[in-house]
Each structure stands twice: as structure tokens, then as C-alpha cells.
Design a protein around this ligand. Structure first.
Ligand code: ZN
Length: 282
């Protein structure tokens, strides 16, 4: 494998079906992320129509601002021009851990430690999120209204891609993916969060990011359930709803009703999920 310094002052890694750039010294880690990205793209292409994969950047804090379009180091994101992922564990995840651990109770904490170690390290979970970002490409990332329904429906689509990919391609990672959202969603009192209305998910990006992660975790609980009950059809249907004319809340509820009535009810009653969906609590 050759590597060369490119115009960003980053190393280019050869051997992948899309361009890969990493911070100097980050080739081993970059290769791991790129391999998972390549497997994800291959998997996505079997289920939905995918655009060409944009270049992947796996960069450290010193290079983040050169290529990232959001300031928070380590928050993975995607556009039609690039996928950007942090190279080292992001301090952002420590803030998330600090926000959630006081809420989950002693048994919840025990289960978290069993999967993520002690002290808790969410790095292995965060590493899976490149598959979420790549899944966003299926519904188009640069255009379309970011309305109150579209915003969370896009996140549900990406979480379905992540859930499906891990379930089918990397099932050994399922516990690392699922434990954090199962435990925190079941245990944390929803009244803790400043923003809880699904239509206002975009507003939850204010603050340290933990309120936004709470929304993502709730949607991931629903994605896991949808994957169990409807499989790839759930992913395809949500993606195609996002590709068509703008959908309103009632249309989305109807779509979900056809896939899994409990998920439709969870969305209507958000954040109060029906007993059938509520993950095992503390
Ligand atoms: Zn997303």
C-alpha cells in the first residue's frame, strides 16, 4: 500500500474504492475505518441505490478544521463531498458518558461496564458510526427541506442502515452498538432533557451534544426494533419516503404503521414507547 502527502497535508491511503486521507501517523487507524466504510458501502449497495462514495477523511484534532464542516471535534458527518471521522477518541464522548451515567442506576452501569469497560470508553461504539454516516448518502445529503419531520426521519434512515449493517455484516459488534442505547433509553428519565419533542430534534444540538445523542438513541431503539420486525424493507421504505416529495407527519406514521404498528405508536407518543418496544430497563 502506498501513501503520499496530499494538498491538505494529509496522507493518502491507496487500496480503497474511494479516496482516503488521514492525519500523518494515522494510517493504521485510518485503514480500519476505511475497511469498515468499504464494507458498509458494499452492503448498502445491495439494499438501496447509492451515489458514488465521497472521499473519506480520518483526521486528528489538528487537522479537523481543514476538512470538517462542523466545529465539534470527533462528531462524524457526511456531505456529498466528504465523510469526516475523528482519528483519536473524541472528548465529546466523555461529555456524553458524563451526562448519561448518573441516570442509569447501578445495574445499568454494571451492564455498561461489562461492554465498554471501566472506566467507560465509548470508542468502540463511536467507531461504528461511520456506517451511520454512509447510510445518510442513500437519501441524499445536500438538498431537500430539513423540516421537522425530515430531520428525524433522515436520522432514523441512517440508524436503520447502521443497525442492518452491524446485524448482517458485523454481528460480533451488536452488543457494542446496542447496549449503550438500550440501557440509557430505558433508564434515563426523559424529563431530564431540555428538548424532548421529536419535531424539535434539531434544537437539541445546542449544548454539549448529549441531548442530541438522547434523540439518536431513541431513534436507534426504534431502528433496532424495525430491523427485527421488517428487516431491509424498513430501510428501503424510509429511504424512498425521503427521496420522494416532502412527507408530513401523518404520512410517516402511516408508513411506519405498515412496517410495525408499535413503532408508529412510539413515534406518535414520543418519547413514551409502548411496552412491546421498551428495552430491558434497569
Ligand atoms: Zn445522522
Amino acid at each position: 500500500m502506498s501513501s503520499a502527502i496530499n494538498p491538505w497535508g494529509l496522507e493518502s491511503l491507496a487500496g480503497f474504492p474511494f479516496p482516503v486521507s488521514v492525519s500523518p501517523g494515522g494510517a493504521a487507524r485510518g485503514r480500519q475505518v476505511a475497511e469498515r466504510a468499504a464494507r458498509t458501502v458494499e452492503w448498502l449497495g445491495r439494499h438501496v441505490s447509492m451515489p458514488e462514495t465521497p472521499p473519506l477523511f480520518v483526521v486528528g484534532p489538528d487537522d479537523w478544521d481543514k476538512v470538517a464542516s462542523i466545529p465539534l471535534y470527533g462528531m462524524p458527518h457526511v456531505s456529498s463531498e466528504r465523510v469526516v471521522v475523528g482519528q483519536q477518541p473524541a472528548p465529546f464522548w466523555d461529555a456524553v458518558t458524563d451526562a448519561f451515567t448518573p441516570l442509569v442506576g447501578p445495574q445499568g452501569l454494571e451492564r455498561l461496564h461489562a461492554v465498554y469497560g471501566d472506566p467507560l470508553d465509548l470508542g468502540g461504539f463511536a467507531d461504528l458510526l461511520v456506517s451511520h454516516e454512509l447510510s445518510h448518502l442513500a437519501h441524499g445529503v445536500d438538498d431537500g427541506p430539513e423540516g421537522p419531520v425530515t430531520f428525524w426521519l433522515r436520522e432514523l434512515a441512517a440508524n436503520l442502515g447502521l443497525q442492518g449493517y452491524v446485524s448482517e455484516v458485523e454481528p460480533a459488534e451488536a452488543a457494542r452498538l446496542e447496549t449503550i442505547f438500550d440501557i440509557t433509553w430505558a433508564a434515563a428519565p426523559h424529563s431530564h432533557w431540555p428538548v424532548t419533542d421529536l419535531a424539535r430534534m434539531a434544537d437539541s444540538l445546542e449544548g454539549d451534544g448529549s441531548n442530541y445523542v438522547w434523540f439518536e438513541f431513541g431513534l436507534q431503539v426504534l431502528a433496532k426494533r424495525l430491523w427485527q420486525t421488517a428487516g431491509a424493507a424498513a430501510f428501503r421504505n424510509v429511504v424512498s419516503a425521503l427521496l420522494g416529495p416532502a412527507v408530513d407527519f401523518g404520512q410517516v406514521v402511516d408508513l411506519l404503521e405498515n412496517l410495525d404498528p408499535d413503532v408508529a405508536r412510539a413515534v406518535r407518543d414520543w418519547p413514551h414507547f409502548p411496552p412491546g418496544i421498551r428495552p430491558a430497563s434497569r
